[in-house]
Design a protein around this ligand. Structure first.
Ligand code: HEC
Length: 138
């Protein structure tokens, strides 16, 4: 007795185009490196972000630089860090003070940008990805 409206072989035939599509899609995703976060760029993503959100305080003569020693205007200055040493640990956003402060992982009085609204999630993620990808001058 056959209680199914269609026979087993018909099911296989009907599913085939879908399975072919799924395999092709998986192959395409692997080929395009879809698994990895997109490569961030210092000059395209990070410098403009630091310029608009941090640079009015973190250059010589401004309060952020005067109290912390951190100058964010160039890649070299950013990597040098503050008066207590580096604030960016290439490859490790979790251990980087800079990321901890913009993510609000440190004491609330130390959130950056100092005394202003939090960065948006997209900017926070860009900083994290950039540091995790090696904080390159790319
Ligand atoms: C309104 C001024 C201001 C802005 C804008 C600002 N900062 Fe700061 N920043 C400070 C001050 C002042 C300090 C010194 C610590 C304190 O007094 O809280 C500081 C300290 C820091 C420190 C800690 C340095 C250390 O030695 O521990 C980091 C990292 C930092 N800022 C990163 C940033 C980043 C990244 C941005 C932009 C997203 C930013 N700041 C925006 C004023 C500012």
């Amino acid at each position: 007795m056959n209680i199914l409206p269609i026979s087993g072989s018909e099911i296989v035939v009907r599913k085939l185009p879908f399975m072919t599509a799924a395999v092709l899609l998986a192959a395409a995703m692997l080929a395009s490196g879809c698994q990895q976060p997109p490569q961030t760029s210092y000059s395209r993503d990070i410098q403009p972000l630091l310029k608009s959100h941090c640079q009015d305080c973190h250059v010589p003569g401004k309060p952020g630089f005067e109290s912390s020693g951190l100058d964010v205007s160039t890649h070299a200055a950013l990597m040098k860090g503050g008066k207590y040493g580096p604030l960016v640990m290439p490859g490790n956003a979790l251990a980087s003070t800079l990321n901890a402060l913009v993510e609000g992982r440190a004491h609330p009085s130390l959130r950056m940008p100092h005394g202003r609204g939090k960065l948006n999630d997209e900017d926070i993620k860009k900083l994290k990805d950039w540091v995790d990808q090696g904080a390159k001058n790319n």
